[in-house]
Design a protein around this ligand. Structure first.
Ligand code: NAP
Length: 259
């Protein structure tokens, strides 16, 4: 299936590994010129090299911490240098896990900056260029816990709920300008972050909870980052030209919602 992405341009944040990397790789494989960002330069550069070698596409990099206005501005300056983008993928790591009321104001502010303000700032930065080129697509990566909250994910749930609200609002405001805005809610995905027993999220669920979470997946396994990337790439592509304002679970069937 031709996703009609040849010659398009995209910026994918949080793309040195995991889901962001898989999305950048798939977009490049479909013919998109990709700008990828993350905080650690070495990993970012080697991710770009891998994608470029695999796809034959030019892959640009820019270092930026999307929790900060400056970090977003760095990324937006690089977007400007490449003449704007057709596609923005908002993705990164996530705030720490733990009981919601255990976090102080500083932690809450950081979560707000990371999960919500980064999406506001990046969207605000790229939309004028999208308008000038006659349209565009914004895809936000959140998590299933945003639509099915669970204990210990309060910082993410609270701030990503704002992202879903923002995406719906932007889909109404930007639809007439042919800019689509959609949000994905992945379930458990096999990335360094999802290795909950020994991964970077040390305060996350232990092995028993991980086994219970796996049992609750109708498809019986974690997702592969490429499976999230396939859906994100479709939503980003012109083939999804009549899809906007949606919030879509990509979770192996865990979500019990009718819609
Ligand atoms: N894996 C899962 O099971 C799963 C499930 C549902 C939702 N999600 C969500 O999907 C997103 C991606 O998850 P993942 O598993 O792919 O994570 P990951 O493997 O930890 O990758 C995160 C990427 O984002 C970058 N990043 C992290 N913090 C950043 C910041 N402040 N500014 C800029 N870049 C930043 C990281 O590079 P640097 O560290 O170099 O910046 C890395 O490239 C997260 O929001 C996660 O919560 C994941």
């Amino acid at each position: 299936m031709d996703l009609q992405l040849l010659g398009k341009t995209a910026v994918v944040n949080g793309a040195s590994q995991g889901i962001g990397f898989a999305i950048a790789r798939r977009l490049a494989a479909e013919g998109t010129e990709v700008l990828i960002s993350a905080r650690k330069e070495d990993a970012l550069v080697s991710a770009a090299k891998q994608i470029s070698e695999e796809t034959g596409r030019k892959v640009r990099t820019v270092v930026g911490d999307i929790r900060m206005l400056d970090g977003c501005n760095n990324i937006l300056a690089a977007v400007e240098e490449m003449g704007g983008v057709d596609i923005l993928v908002n993705n990164d790591g996530a705030p720490p896990l733990g009981p919601a009321l255990d976090f102080d104001d500083l932690r809450w502010s950081r979560a707000f900056e990371q999960n919500l303000m980064s999406v506001v700032r990046m969207s605000r930065g790229v939309v004028p260029g999208m308008v000038a080129r006659g349209g565009g697509s914004i895809v936000n990566i959140t998590a299933l816990c945003t639509i099915q909250p669970m204990p210990n994910f309060g910082l993410s749930v609270s701030t990503w709920a704002g992202v879903i609200g923002l995406a719906k609002t932007l889909s109404l405001e930007l639809g007439p300008k042919n800019i689509r805005v959609n949000t994905l809610c992945p379930g458990l995905v096999e990335t360094p972050r999802a290795n909950l027993t020994d991964g970077p999220v040390s305060s996350g669920p232990g092995n028993d909870e991980l086994q219970a979470a796996l049992k609750a997946i109708p498809l019986g396994r974690k997702g592969d980052p490429a499976e999230i990337a396939a859906v994100a790439t479709f939503l980003a592509s012109p083939l999804a030209s009549y899809v906007t304002g949606t919030t879509l679970a990509v979770d192996g069937g865990v979500s019990k919602n009718l819609l």
